[in-house]
Design a protein around this ligand. Structure first.
Ligand code: ADP
Ligand code: ADP
Length: 239
């Protein structure tokens, strides 16, 4: 079944930057899709239109049966709990611990400031621990995030996204700041999350080889348009 659909989506920044031009594609539930293309192609804009971090200028974006362009503020919150986001620079609160960062993904930063750790229920903590364990961070639970390596920080970022039990994960250049070893660990985790939890994963990557290795499907983007939509094998044949 279709989880996400872009119909004729365009995004204009100001008067003269057209970042996306009539973009059409669909993503099925449980797919692992990589978006590849050169810097400035529109990958990040495309990803951020999905959870309305950016508003598209025209077209239609359907997620799980609803038109996300027409959502009101309260409905947006609901949408974003369905769509976890993972960032290149992790976007963690460095002076907080790993578990606090993960729980803050669910309840918002304000709740961390007000209630600190005691605020969270046993069940919420139990869930956070179990996700951290899956990601191999059981030793890091009470460490401050500024004590972690880059690869560990990104795993915390993934845990924070997962604790909301999303249908989809959007990952914007998740390995661009990591060494090859840590990159491999992160890609393996993302692939596992997709395969074993059934969560749809969309990843922006500039490394074509990694995209080909891990994805079910590739979207090639250039100058704001989709120039390839198909299997990794299809790209290999073209090369
Ligand atoms: P990519 O992720 O593929 O590097 P982006 O989506 O970041 O591409 O950018 C696509 C185009 O839109 C680029 O020309 C970029 O300079 C432009 N752009 C991105 N964000 C903004 C913004 N906030 N304001 C103006 N132009 C932007
Ligand atoms: P990862 O598996 O996350 O990629 P690395 O291979 O980068 O981890 O790091 C291996 C170990 O070194 C980690 O267990 C981590 O505790 C430690 N380490 C790496 N970088 C730092 C750092 N900047 N500060 C503290 N410890 C670090």
């Amino acid at each position: 079944t279709t989880l996400l659909e872009f119909k004729q989506v365009s995004k204009q920044y100001g008067a003269d930057t057209r970042a996306l031009s009539d973009v059409n594609f669909t993503v099925r539930q449980g797919e692992f899709v990589s978006i590849i293309g050169p810097s400035g192609a529109g990958k990040s804009t495309l990803l951020r239109c999905i959870n309305r971090m950016i508003d598209a200028s025209s077209g239609e974006i359907m997620f799980d049966g609803s038109d996300i362009m027409s959502l009101k503020k309260r409905e947006l919150k609901q949408l974003r709990s369905q769509i976890g986001m993972v960032f290149q620079h992790y976007n963690l609160v460095n002076r907080l611990t790993v578990i606090e960062n993960v729980l803050h993904g669910r309840l918002g930063y304000k709740s961390v400031l007000e209630g600190a750790f005691g605020f969270y229920s046993k069940e919420e903590k139990r869930q956070a621990y179990s996700i951290l364990k899956i990601l191999g961070l059981e030793e890091q639970v009470y460490k401050r995030c500024d004590q972690l390596s880059g690869g560990q920080k990104q795993r915390v970022g993934i845990a924070r996204a997962l604790v909301q039990a999303p249908k989809m994960l959007l990952c914007d250049e998740p390995i661009a700041s990591l060494d090859p070893n840590a990159s491999k660990t992160i890609m393996n985790h993302l692939r596992n999350i997709c395969t074993t939890m059934g969560i749809t994963v969309i990843v922006n990557l500039h490394q074509v080889d990694i995209a080909l290795k891990y994805s079910d499907r590739i979207l090639g983007v250039k100058k704001g348009t989709i120039i390839y939509d198909g299997s990794p094998a299809g790209i290999k044949r073209e090369q």
